[in-house]
Design a protein around this ligand. Structure first.
Ligand code: HEC
Ligand code: HEC
Length: 220
């Protein structure tokens, strides 16, 4: 049942692979991965990120939602962890947790981006309206551009710009508060992380709390 559910949730390209008994090679990568390896890896990711990639907060680690995230962003961040360019000082080894064969990255990115569970919310409801205003209009007096200008009007993201809709309140708050400590360590991605650095540094703690609360309930 679980296996069938999994197959139904998969995009056609992955589905084709799932029914093939042969292993496959993705792109120019010569290292093939079998469907069995892929299923095992999906389960491994689910152990932390949740059965439907919905994320988990309240424990020792805040584990972000990856469901519905853009495939390109997932791949890029997996590579950043792999190359110890993101969260290299984390108490739990993020590089080890995300170590993958290169061919696994697009396959896992396709799978998790195809899921769209209900947001788990978690932000204070009374901040949602203020957060929506910041998301849609930015904070002109602090020179902060509208988030929607890059992340899209529904916060769905595009390519390398991440989806923010439905992200856990605590994760969004943490990333924006600690931006320079946890991000921007990826030379492949300096431009993107640099644009966000200015945004993150210009927001006050209460503005961060508000925008995180708004995003935590946003469905797409
Ligand atoms: C030991 C628990 C653990 C495992 C296993 C794990 N992750 Fe993560 N993952 C995390 C944590 C914690 C973060 C957040 C790191 C941070 O705070 O920046 C994260 C971050 C991510 C991100 C970046 C999300 C974002 O919005 O920037 C992606 C993508 C990701 N994980 C995908 C995966 C995939 C795919 C797998 C399976 C190969 C996996 N993770 C396995 C704990 C885990
Ligand atoms: C100039 C374009 C731009 C603007 C404006 C912008 N962002 Fe971003 N944002 C990005 C890019 C690009 C990334 C990915 C950075 C990376 O790859 O490390 C990002 C990443 C993020 C992340 C990390 C997401 C994750 O899953 O880890 C959060 C949270 C975020 N932005 C929130 C905001 C908020 C809130 C605003 C408005 C106040 C905003 N952004 C405005 C481009 C932008």
């Amino acid at each position: 049942m679980k296996y069938i559910g999994l197959l139904l949730a998969m995009p056609p390209a992955i589905l084709a692979m799932a029914f093939s008994t042969k292993s496959f090679a993705a792109g120019t990568d010569t290292e093939a991965i079998s469907n069995q390896d892929l299923q095992a890896k999906i389960q491994y990711c689910q152990d932390c990120h949740g059965m439907s990639g919905q994320g988990l907060s309240g424990g020792y680690l805040t584990i972000p939602r990856i469901a519905g995230q853009t495939p390109k962003y997932i791949e890029k961040q997996l590579l950043a962890f792999n190359e110890a360019m993101r969260d290299k000082n984390s108490a739990v080894g993020m590089t080890t947790a995300h170590a993958l064969k290169p061919a696994m990255r697009p396959a896992l990115a396709a799978y998790f981006s195809s899921l769209n569970p209900e947001p788990t919310g978690g932000g204070p409801r009374d901040l949602v309206d203020t957060g929506k205003k910041i998301y849609e209009e930015g904070v002109p007096e602090a020179n902060v551009a509208a988030c929607s200008g890059c992340h899209g009007p529904e916060a769905k993201g595009k390519n390398e710009i991440p989806r923010l809709a439905g992200q856990l309140n605590s994760y969004t708050e943490k990333e924006l508060t600690d931006w320079s400590k946890v991000r921007g360590q990826n030379p492949l991605n300096e431009g993107a992380a640099a644009a966000m650095k200015q945004v993150a540094h210009s927001l006050s703690p209460s503005q961060i709390a508000a925008v995180a609360a708004y995003l935590s309930y946003l469905k797409t």
